[in-house]
Design a protein around this ligand. Structure first.
Ligand code: MF3
Ligand code: CO
Ligand code: CO
Length: 248
């Protein structure tokens, strides 16, 4: 069921999303080579709780940390560990915060030190995929136009679009309807409505779009070919005249 948000609910979402954005800015200022992914997670926990919010990934379906920290070939859901971040890595940090009953959700992929031109381009194109998708987005636009735009831009650049995971609605629940795929046919799907809040989150790979799910930890998703992947996400409010990107 898709939940259309009232003006009051949107106000609360703005607050949770502002905390998510500030936390990611804080991570961006502090993340560096030599840190473990667990230390990144500690930064996230500390910042979100200092805002009077809860890092709602913690305990979500048993997830053991406050963030997903995904290095290089890890696409998403990298469980914070003793893995040391190295110079030249690209590191996606995907977080959610809940305050007053509403969630915000966003992800950035950070460049650590001296990153190859190849990986830099992957990160740049992944961000561009998001902005292509929100360009012209407003109430009345067919849902799968989002995926169409992401896929078109990614594949034009020779990259893979992960199919196994998608964006989603968000609000009182971290994951609400509808599912928001990063691929699709132009002009298809339901028409977006004013007051919908959705997460648009391209997951783009340098090689195959196929991924593996780690059976040991139950979470970590890696590229099937071991090549790098990037992830970029924002929580977006659909309005009559356009969108409001709540986590920017
Ligand atoms: N933030 C993720 C998303 O974009 C969800 C993380 S799954 C969790 O949908 F288990 F870490 F919470
Ligand atoms: Co997320
Ligand atoms: Co999300």
């Amino acid at each position: 069921m898709i939940r259309i948000k009232t003006e009051k609910e949107i106000e609360l979402m703005r607050e949770s999303c502002r905390i998510v954005k500030e936390t990611l800015d804080f991570v961006g200022k502090n993340i560096r080579a030599g840190m473990t992914t667990k230390e990144v997670d500690e930064l996230v926990y500390r910042y979100i709780t200092s805002c009077g919010a809860y890092p709602s990934e913690l305990g979500y379906e048993g997830y053991p940390a406050s963030s997903c920290v995904s290095v290089n070939e890890v696409v998403v859901h990298g469980v914070p560990s003793d893995r040391v971040i190295l110079d030249g890595d690209i590191v996606s940090v995907d977080i959610t915060a809940e305050k007053n009953g509403y969630h915000g959700d966003a992800c950035r992929t950070y460049l650590i030190g001296n990153v190859s031109a190849e990986k830099k381009r992957l990160v740049k194109v992944t961000e561009e995929c998001f902005f292509k998708a929100v360009d012209g987005l407003q109430a009345g636009v067919p849902l799968f136009d989002i995926g169409y735009k992401v896929q078109t831009h990614a594949e034009a650049n020779g990259y893979g679009v992960v199919r196994a995971l998608t964006g989603h609605g968000i609000g009182k629940e971290m994951h609400e309807d509808p599912s928001v795929p990063n691929y699709g046919k132009k002009g298809t799907g339901m028409r977006l409505k004013s007051g919908m809040t959705i997460c648009i989150e391209p997951m783009i790979t340098m090689g195959t779009y196929k991924v593996n799910f780690n059976r040991e930890d139950g979470w970590t998703v890696t590229t099937a070919d071991g090549l790098p992947a990037a992830h970029y996400e924002n929580t977006v409010l659909i309005t009559d005249g356009g969108v409001e990107i709540l986590t920017l």
